[in-house]
Ligand binder design. Structure first.
Ligand code: MG
Length: 292
């Protein structure tokens, strides 16, 4: 099942995508309108959505809706750095002793087709194509062998990074959390449809140039080990997003540097999930979400 958060006629709710239509949950008393509530409901919500899919009713053409980030407002958005050996090699850094997580503020999240802003304060804007997974069950102290049971599904993330600001502090947090630095989507592919999350090709293009070409089998810490590690420290909640690191080929390590410029399009493709596409623009004088 491909779960989406979408807007149609100024209303935002949860649906499922099948080919080029959205199965619309509008008016369905069994399906909550937000992805956080939907995921919290768990199996009950998934079964209700499956019934709606099977009914062959409530369809809207995909071209008529705006796809938002599937989870626009997670409680946590964590990302792992230095998790592909070839990326560690290109950075010239040591392989970390422990998984090196950092926080992306959830306010940076945008959806499929939304614009990534090149900030006024930096032209060192970079992409990182990544597999991300979404937690589906509140959990704590999850053993590796049961971690798959708490993952609702998988999506694509662009861990957009403002490289000079990233280096301002050891936490990297601000350089990873600029407004629009969190494209996610276009949907969550539920876990039952991803047979092995650790054998998926992952590619990133900037316009027509293939910049990253990896496979999730190259991850050092895999998704299940991430769940086990994190959940020893913190309760994971439905909707929490964990982005799993990027393979080699980031712009900052190209010669000359391949930083993102206004007018360029970043497209990340992950096998079995789909494509996440975003254009780059200069940070506007007036941010669209500010009323003053
Ligand atoms: Mg990253």
């Amino acid at each position: 099942m491909k779960l989406v958060t979408f807007t149609h006629n100024h209303e935002t709710r949860v649906g499922a995508v099948i080919n080029d239509v959205v199965v619309d949950s509008k008016g369905n008393a069994e399906i909550h309108s937000t992805m956080l509530a939907f995921l919290t409901q768990g199996e009950v919500a998934l079964k209700a959505m499956q019934r709606l899919i099977d009914s062959e009713e409530a369809r809207i053409n995909l071209s008529e809706v705006k796809l938002n980030a599937p989870v626009p407002n997670p409680q946590k958005y964590l990302a792992l750095s230095l998790n592909y050996a070839d990326h560690i090699a290109e950075t010239g850094r040591e392989r970390p002793k422990y998984p090196s997580f950092f926080t992306k503020q959830s306010s940076c999240i945008i959806g499929y087709g939304d614009a990534i802003h090149r900030p006024k304060v930096s032209d060192k804007l970079d992409y990182e194509g990544e597999l991300a997974f979404v937690i589906g069950k509140r959990c704590h102290h999850v053993p590796v062998e049961r971690a798959h049971q708490v993952i609702a599904g998988y999506t694509i993330a662009n861990d957009v990074s403002v490289r000079d600001w990233q280096m301002h502090s050891a936490t990297m947090m601000i350089g990873k959390s600029f407004d629009t630095a969190g494209p996610i989507g276009p949907w969550i592919v539920t876990s039952d449809e991803i047979k092995d999350p650790h054998n998926l090709s992952i590619k990133t293009w900037v316009d027509t140039e293939l910049r990253q070409n990896g496979n999730t089998r190259q991850m050092i810490t895999n998704c299940y080990e991430m769940v086990a590690y994190l959940s020893q420290a913190m309760t994971l909640e439905p909707g929490d997003i964990i982005s799993t690191g990027t393979p080699s080929g980031v712009g900052v390590k190209m010669q000359p540097r391949g930083y993102l410029k206004p007018g360029q399009t970043v497209r990340i493709e992950i096998e079995g999930i789909g494509e996440l596409t975003n254009v780059v623009i200069d940070e506007p004088e007036t941010l669209p979400w500010l009323s003053i």
